[in-house]
Design a protein around this ligand. Structure first.
Ligand code: DP6
Length: 358
């Protein structure tokens, strides 16, 4: 597959107006995407669990218009939102070659998240994937017919151009993005991990502990750039390939002990990259470390298979098997909630991907 496979050279349609609606989830990376080349191509492969409860719901209403400019309104959580417009305009510019109808319609983009915008949870993955899916449905409404497989591929391809990690939110339960030797995958879109996952990893739980709900200290765009000329970049990219290859075997064999080691090491490596770049950042907060230490203590004392992962921020994703849910939630309530801002955490579970709801 190349970029050309997604180009739509010409279209004709008499459709004047319509509306489409999708919900699309967030995802949590186990092997992290950190560093990209031109055109949203990742420097290394990544794999993520698709989530269920943290999602964006987006409705796009479209109406034929005169003129040759992009025209759209954004309504976020019921209110007109100017702040999101530049990002969406850039997105339209990037995907125009693949969707030539974008200049022929006015779009009303009504969007909301199931999680608080100020929670520090990245909404770009769910938001950009939901928008990409809506635009794919518009394309279908205009009379362009696709197989389900191609539809998902192109949606993921477009979502990637909005935000890299968004390409991993279309399907579930695990999605690989980025070429590598051990799985069938692509740099251009996310591919569902097709091997049978061991029961240990089915319905895996993710409790997201909201340590810091503030604006991100470092945007991911700036963050990825820190990997240019980074002293450890080359080794890190090689390591991601090795971790992905091992994780693939772990997910099939059910080896929880190695899962924990690979996932926690990936999270700390991501933060180590930020600490050793120029400029350098510490995105963990004291409470992030408190939580990590408590998790390690709980694991040592109880033999639990609980582990953590981190995004490019202070919040902690606590991962554990479904069979341990009661025990772990009790631990979270009694010992970890004190480290969460206003005691807030979100209970999520691995899910199957985006859904068309209108
Ligand atoms: C740390 O996908 O947000 O969450 O492509 O610039 O939009 P852009 O970056 P983004 O980066 C996410 C980085 C990460 C790790 C991951 O999800 O793999």
């Amino acid at each position: 597959m190349t970029e050309q496979n997604f180009t739509l050279k010409s279209y004709t349609s008499n459709v004047e107006n319509g509306s489409v609606k999708w919900e699309s989830p967030s995802n949590i990376a186990l092997v992290k995407y950190w560093g990209k080349k031109e055109n949203q191509i990742p420097e290394n492969p990544s794999i993520s669990f698709t989530l269920s409860n943290c999602k964006t719901i987006t409705e796009v209403t479209y109406k034929k218009k005169e003129g040759n400019d992009f025209s759209f309104d954004v309504i976020f959580e019921g209110e007109n939102n100017e702040a999101f417009k530049p990002k969406i305009k850039t997105f339209f510019e990037r995907i125009e070659t693949y969707m030539p109808f974008l200049r022929d319609y006015h779009f009303k983009i009504k969007t909301s998240n199931t999680f608080p915008h100020s929670s520090g949870i990245a909404s770009s993955a769910s938001g950009m994937s939901a928008l990409a899916l809506c635009l794919m449905s518009v394309e279908e409404d205009l009379g362009i017919d696709y197989s389900d497989e191609y539809f998902n591929q192109k949606a993921s391809f477009l979502a990637r151009l909005g935000s890299g990690s968004a390409c991993r939110s279309i399907e579930g339960e695990l999605v690989v993005w980025g070429e590598n030797e051990s799985t069938e995958s692509s740099d251009l879109f996310g591919v569902k991990f097709e091997d049978e996952i061991h029961p240990n990893f089915q319905n895996y739980q993710d409790a997201i502990l909201l340590v810091d709900k503030g604006e991100k200290q470092v945007s991911s765009t700036v963050g990825h750039k820190l990997m240019y000329g980074h002293p450890f970049a080359k080794k890190r990219f090689t390591q991601a390939h090795e971790n992905l290859s091992e994780l693939k075997d772990i997910l099939i064999s059910g080896n929880l002990k190695r899962f924990i080691e690979v996932v926690e090491s990936e999270a700390l490596t991501l933060h180590a990259m930020m600490m050793t770049s120029m400029p350098y950042f510490i995105l963990m907060k004291p409470n992030t470390l408190e939580i990590i230490n408590k998790i390690w203590q709980f694991r040592a004392e109880t033999g639990s298979n609980i582990c953590f992962t981190l995004d490019a921020g202070a919040n902690v994703h606590v991962l554990f098997p479904k069979a341990e849910a009661d025990k772990v939630y009790e631990f979270i309530k009694t010992q970890l909630v004190v480290y969460c801002q206003n005691g807030h955490y979100i209970c999520d579970v691995v899910g199957k991907g985006a859904k068309k709801i209108g």
